[in-house]
Design a protein around this ligand. Structure first.
Ligand SMILES: NC(=O)C1=CN([C@@H]2O[C@H](COP(=O)(O)OP(=O)(O)OC[C@H]3O[C@@H](n4cnc5c(N)ncnc54)[C@H](O)[C@@H]3O)[C@@H](O)[C@H]2O)C=CC1
Ligand SMILES: Cc1ncc(C=O)c(C(=O)O)c1O
Length: 311
């Protein structure tokens, strides 16, 4: 646990920030969770107990002394910090403004890790006073349950920082995946390739949302949670992959924009759980119930997957 910073700061307390903060705190770090919104901080404080229960349920590494404090005072959040994890909305200009606010308050030695879903680190670093301190640290949602983090150095990232971040991630028992920089990184390139085809199948009426979810959960998700895509090809046979991909690849969706029906839903204010409706509709209490089912399922699956060999 010695690689873990004593003090860390998480900037942005929305979907991702609280789980990131709680994971580091349980491993022994003093974590300050900062947001510009009092409401976001209040929601995070309210959810913290639940997240701690989830971390205990999956036996997440724990060390004494860790804590999370919550607040909207940036100077207080940065005092003595060694590692800052930025988790504000996915907008380049906003992230760059946040970096400028941070750099006006911190010494050159402080690391800034960004949880961007895929904006190139090199682009983000262009505006920094100390570009070498910026590195991609992409957690997957929910961050306190998915024990894998993509690490993406940009062209300017200090070489020593890469190994340092790998050690930090290992210190709380997550799997670090070191990648070369590419938009969307690896996880979201794969996820968005799947989602593009899924949305096209829905838009064309080939399958219902319920049918799609069942097909992907059992036909793809279940299998790929045990064997990775590379091993899957060995199991299926490369000759089969050649036979199918030779006619199927040319038929797969290649749209370059967000599907129109998704844009229409967003225009109607349908964003998913956060607006009680999105791909599905949710009545009173349904969202809380679904959230609980998802967390329960992920806890059970993580326990099972942790107990079987990597094949
Ligand atoms: N939601 C997801 O599934 C995942 C998101 N990410 C990435 O993590 C980042 C954060 O995403 P979410 O947590 O989903 O966003 P979110 O929109 O849920 O939360 C962002 C938070 O940042 C706060 N914020 C806005 N401006 C700020 C500022 N100047 N200073 C401090 N706080 C500020 C907002 O008040 C909000 O609470 C994004 O880059 C996103 O792409 C990465 C992995 C998964
Ligand atoms: C739809 C979607 N987009 C981005 C991310 C992460 O960056 C996720 C996730 O689950 O982690 C996601 O579901």
């Amino acid at each position: 646990m010695s690689s873990l910073p004593s003090i860390a700061t998480v900037i942005g307390s929305g979907t991702m920030g609280p789980g990131i903060a709680a994971t580091l705190a349980r491993a022994g770090a003093t974590v300050r969770l900062y947001d510009i919104s009092e409401d976001a901080i209040a929601r995070a404080e309210a959810a913290y107990g639940v997240v701690q229960g989830v971390l205990a349920a999956v036996d997440s590494p724990s060390a004494p002394g860790g804590s999370v404090s919550f607040g909207t005072d940036l100077d207080a959040a940065l005092e003595g910090t060694e590692l800052i994890i930025e988790a504000v909305p996915e907008k380049l200009e906003l992230k760059q403004k946040v970096f400028a606010d941070l750099e006006a308050r911190i010494g050159d030695e402080v690391i800034i890790a960004t949880n961007t879903s895929g904006i190139p680190i090199t682009t983000m670093a262009e505006s920094l006073r100390v570009p070498g301190r910026l590195i991609g640290m992409h957690w997957s949602n929910p961050p306190h349950l998915i024990p894998m983090i993509e690490i993406i150095p940009g062209q300017a990232t200090d070489e020593a920082l890469v190994g340092q971040l790998v050690d930090i991630v290992k210190a709380f028992n997550y799997v670090p995946v070191l990648e070369k920089e590419i938009p969307g990184f690896v996880e979201n390139r794969v996820l968005y390739a799947i989602l593009r085809e899924c949305m096209a199948l829905l838009e064309e009426g080939i399958v219902t949302p319920e049918g799609l979810d069942a097909c992907v959960k059992w036909g793809i998700g279940y299998k790929l949670s045990v064997i990775g895509p590379t091993r899957l090809l060995d199991m299926a046979g490369l000759d089969i992959y050649q036979a199918v991909s030779s006619y199927l690849n040319k038929d797969l969706d290649v749209s370059t924009d967000t599907p129109q029906f998704i844009k229409d839903k967003i225009a109607e204010g349908k964003l998913g759980f956060k607006s009680n409706g999105g791909m599905y509709e949710y009545g009173e209490g349904d969202v809380d119930a679904k959230r609980k089912e998802i967390v329960t399922g992920l806890i059970a699956a993580r326990k099972t997957l942790s107990s079987i060999p990597n094949v």
